[in-house]
Write a protein that binds this ligand. Structure first.
Ligand SMILES: Cc1ncc(COP(=O)(O)O)c(C=O)c1O
Length: 391
């Protein structure tokens, strides 16, 4: 493998920093940043013209590009700041009463759990959790979720690719099972966009929430919400604004989400530019190159005594992100969000490595991410540093 990918210079990663956390915050290559800046410049030159006469059509065009990429139609999708905002829209829209249940899995993202707890608590509904076997097979995952459904389950919320554990969940099979039980499914999908071939029309879900800033390298502040047409009439925005077209166009279900007060739509518009940047050849290259980096590092980490995989051990189960369980030193306590794990601090301060480490349930993990700007040397330095730190 070459020392550096030919496209690596399009990213401006800080010199001295070994950035292995694209999975949390994925920076954009220069052409995507330039496109975003150009959209902002256009707005600044003539705000009346841009907001009132151009923005809605430009958003339509960008939405069409995003929709085509995800094999769906733009009338099922709105561009929105990120997966968190999209999930809040779903939470504001789903009808829940006392005793109802929203079923998650024990691999779901902490903020997503918070969203549903905040939604359920005031109405006397509750969040329930399907505990997935460890490490699980696809059939066991579907079975564990199926078993946790009750007659009060009003929605299943499941990650396409889980956050801390980096497992690819069989969402299509989950949706098929849920449809038979007549329970709608909301997929939390930020990591799947570009990492996997996502076909939104074919997945069988009711809602799909995602961010553009992860593997697609879209701008920070870009994402989308996909909604099956059977739910369009139910959708509510947690942020109430004018609720109609600024340009005076005919009413649509999207109106409540296009204008959320005055804000710069540049990140949303430039999400389409990220899709233009990532030609099919570049996508294939990102998947091949980052998988090679991650699988080599993962295999080396798994040789450390006390480590183990989180998902099934197959190499085909991950692309550009993998999580590994680490041994727990005496006195180690599971941390909580916002309180950096000691290992994370140590790797950053001693080696300039930015990587996600922490606790998931009561297990200690490290999660490695790689994109086209990472080098084999980045991963080697990280593996060596982790080996020294945990051995
Ligand atoms: C599985 C999952 N869901 C939701 C989110 C939230 O994404 P954002 O912060 O872009 O809204 C993340 C972020 O890491 C995630 O990993």
């Amino acid at each position: 493998m070459a020392d550096r990918h030919p496209l690596a210079d399009l990213w401006d990663i800080e010199p001295g920093s070994i950035y292995l956390n694209h999975g949390s915050f994925g920076p954009s290559p220069r052409p995507v940043r330039a496109a975003r800046e150009e959209w902002s410049r256009k707005l600044e030159r003539q705000p009346m013209k841009f907001f009132c006469r151009e923005m809605e059509e430009e958003l339509d065009r960008a939405t069409e590009t995003v929709a085509r990429f995800l094999k769906t139609s733009s009338d099922r999708m709105i561009l929105i700041d990120n997966a968190t905002v999209a999930m809040n829209v779903v939470a504001a829209s789903v009808s829940l009463a006392a005793g109802d249940e929203v079923l998650l899995t024990d691999h779901e993202y902490g903020a997503v759990k918070n969203i549903w707890q905040a939604r359920c608590r005031p109405v006397g509904a509750k969040v329930t959790s399907a505990i997935l076997p460890f490490p699980p097979t696809d059939d066991q995952i579907v079975e564990a979720i199926a078993k946790a459904i009750t007659e009060r389950t009003k929605l299943i919320v499941v990650s396409h690719v889980t956050s801390a554990t980096a497992c690819v969940l069989p969402v299509r099979a989950i949706c098929r099972m849920a449809a038979k039980r007549k329970v709608p499914v909301c997929v939390d999908g930020p990591h799947a966009i570009m990492m996997l071939d996502v076909n939104l029309n074919d997945l069988g879900c009711d809602y799909y929430c995602a961010s553009g800033h992860k593997w697609l390298c879209g701008p920070f502040g870009s994402g989308f919400l996909w909604v099956h047409p059977r739910h369009h009439h139910e959708l509510q925005s947690p942020i109430v604004s004018w609720g109609g077209s600024i340009a005076g166009r005919p009413a649509s279900w999207k109106d409540r989400f296009q204008w959320l007060g005055t804000r710069d739509p540049a990140p949303l518009l430039a999400m389409a530019d990220a899709i233009t940047f990532f030609t099919p050849e570049r996508i294939a290259e990102y998947r091949r190159y980052s998988h090679e980096l991650i699988s080599a590092a993962r295999s080396q980490l798994l040789e450390i005594p006390g480590t183990g995989p989180f998902c099934t051990p197959a190499e085909t189960d991950f692309v550009s992100m993998a999580a590994i369980e680490l041994p727990q030193p005496p006195g180690w306590k599971p941390g909580y969000h916002g309180h950096p794990d000691e290992l994370q601090v140590q790797l950053r301060e001693r080696y300039g490595i930015e990587v996600l480490t922490g606790s998931w349930n009561t297990r200690r993990f490290v999660r490695l991410s790689a994109h086209l700007y990472n080098t084999p040397q980045d991963l080697q330095t990280c593996v060596k540093a982790i080996r020294e730190a945990v051995s």
